[in-house]
Structure formats: C-alpha cells, structure tokens
Design a protein. Structure first.
Length: 134
C-alpha cells in the first residue's frame, strides 16, 4: 500500500518544518501517526485522475496531499519526525513547482525531477516505518 506513495509523484508528473515542534501545535502521537500514515497509503488522491488530469484536478489532488502530509507531520513520533518533515517538504516543493506552471505541462523538469527524487526517498522511509512500527 505505501508503494502508492512512491508512485504518487510519478503519476503526478505524468499527469501534468514540521508542525508541532514546540509551536503549541499537536504533539507526537504514535497511534494517530500510524493511522494517518495508513490513510495516506490507502487513499491516494491521484488514483482517480487517470492518465490525463486537468489543471484543476491536479491542484485539488496536491491540495489533498499537502493536507495529509501536514497532518502526518503534526503527530509524528520523535523517531520519525525528521522523515515526516522531509516528506512534507518534498510534497510542498512538488506542489510549488506545479503551481508555478499553473498545474500544466510547462513545469521545470529538472527541478521537478530533483524534488520527485526527494519525495520518493522520504516516501520509501515512511514505508519502512509503516512496515516496521505500525
């Protein structure tokens, strides 16, 4: 299921820190983190888009992904907080690059691939955590 996270940025490209750190926000909650991580893995906001998505659909899907990444980072346990933050940062960078292109095909490909690599690495680390700890 978490492998969908890794594929998510790849699908988005084809279709073309961390809260709660002493800021009074939510605190670490391992059970809620695992629940949110599983939700993220099982409910891919890009799955319904198909091979070609409109700019509005891409924007909405990234909005949902940003929200889920933020919710995840808010309750991340200390041992995975940096990974959740890296994931959130990668999602935000991918979204910003696409937003700059109007969620259309004129994205800076080199920058997008670099952000996509960071996304895949963070998603893979979250997948390992899900498998081992949740």
């Amino acid at each position: 299921p978490m492998r969908r996270l890794v594929a998510l940025a790849l699908v988005a490209a084809a279709a073309v820190g961390t809260a709660g750190c002493g800021d009074g926000g939510p605190s670490a909650d391992p059970a809620l983190f695992c629940e949110r991580l599983d939700r993220l893995a099982e409910n891919d906001p890009f799955a319904v888009l198909g091979a070609s998505a409109t700019e509005a659909e891409m924007e909405a899907a990234f909005g949902a992904l940003r929200e889920r990444a933020t919710e995840l980072a808010e309750v991340a346990p200390e041992d995975v907080r940096a990974v959740a933050g890296d994931y959130q940062d990668a999602v935000e960078r991918l979204d910003a690059l696409l937003a700059d292109a109007g969620y259309g095909p004129d994205v800076d490909v080199r920058a997008y691939r670099a952000a996509q690599t960071d996304y895949v690495e963070a998603a893979t680390r979250l997948e390992r955590y899900l498998d081992a700890e949740c």
